[in-house]
Design a binder for this molecule. Sequence first.
Ligand code: BES
Ligand code: ZN
Length: 459
Amino acid sequence: MQAVIDYLKQNQSRFIRELCDHVCFPSVSAQPQHRKDLQACAQWLTGHCRQIGLQTSLCPTDGNPVIVARTPRQKSASSRQRPHFLVYGHYDVQPAEPFELWTSPPFEPRIKGRSLFARGASDNKGQHLAHLNAVEAYLKTGTELPCDLTFVIEGEEEVGSKSLARFLRQHRKELRCDAVVISDTGIPSLKHPALTYALRGIAAFEITLRGPARDLHSGIFGGSVDNPAMALCQLLAQLRDENGRIVIPGFYDDVAPLSRFERKELARLPFNDRAYREFLGVPQLFGERGFTPTEQRTARPTLEINGLTSGYQGEGSKTIVPAWARAKVTIRLVPNQNPAPIIKLVHKQLAELCPATVRMEIKSGHGAEPYVVSPGSVKAQAALRALELAFRHKPVLMREGGSIPIVNDFKKILGADTLLLGLALPDDNAHSPNEKFDLDCFAKGQLMSAYLWQELGRG
Ligand code: BES
Ligand code: ZN
């Protein structure tokens, strides 16, 4: 094991250079013009996996390719079957817009202090590379890996992981495993390594209200026809009360209440109201009554407008009644809510509330169920030991508010639970301008991965 640790230490600067190479690809899955960049990124990653000694295939799908990379299979010395773990990651990234808010271009990595700035550095390229670095250290030093590993790295996580779900069904036999390991969540700080045991689910939709057949002069016609932008604001505003509680009949029916134990655990996470407020730049916090901010953002459902478009967006003014207005909306779900029935409820409520003066269209988007797993399992205990060995601090148990759609498919299709061992810091600016990855998190993540295979291998 010492050889592995030494190898990691000695190769840090090359690992950082490789991370820089990886983040140069603008692999934005939401934007069709980046299809080729996703392919190029997948090819680079395939080459990288082969170079470090993994048996690697670049698998085409109807969408972006999936990379499957296996450690060379060894025979177990005893007759016992060697444990098999799947390591998941994604090479696609969120759109980098608005570009003008980046202090350096999003796909030209810059290192400042201990931070590497680039879109995708934290979510998720740095995090899956950390695992690849650890495995490289085992393979290149000839240290026996106590388990068989298969990396599955996809290119559609940020848009709902549709192709990978199909891929899992087609390859369920080869991918059968004892558990899945994912580093694609966060930790409160370098002093608080964490095992995440729950994620929120998601239900996305796009709503369009159409009014007049074309944009109209608002002086000549305004007053006699409804304004779709106004109607949309009024309609969406009725879905939530002033504290963010969703006011759709039946919406909370399936929400599992938080146990006393969980509330106590979540209350142990570091939190400072003022620092949080200043960090996010808001004049005051917001949220559902009766819950702490940590609970509100990880364990309670929410409804958010992610995008809102209508009318004239250029400079100066243009006096029109716009022909249409559109909003992109997502709802975060918690156990035991399901996206399909929730979307139905929302649809019904919107149909009831929508005035007759506009026509409504709703397009459903991606959906994912929430996820929870027991933090008390033998494997979770092994993961906690690996975290403590690498970070040299006692790990915390936490929930996360974000979603990783594929974790439910791992459970349903492969029967495997997921260990969520994130490496992102709260100020990594995931999905925001100036995303960065902390190079100490990178190094600690490599160590954590190296220890993890030892700890999991012990059985
Ligand atoms: N890495 C995130 C998920 C995440 C981030 C979980 C932080 C917990 C804490 C992932 O890449 C992501 O952003 N997922 C999307 C999924 C959606 C587009 C279907 C999300 O949560 O918005
Ligand atoms: Zn993301």
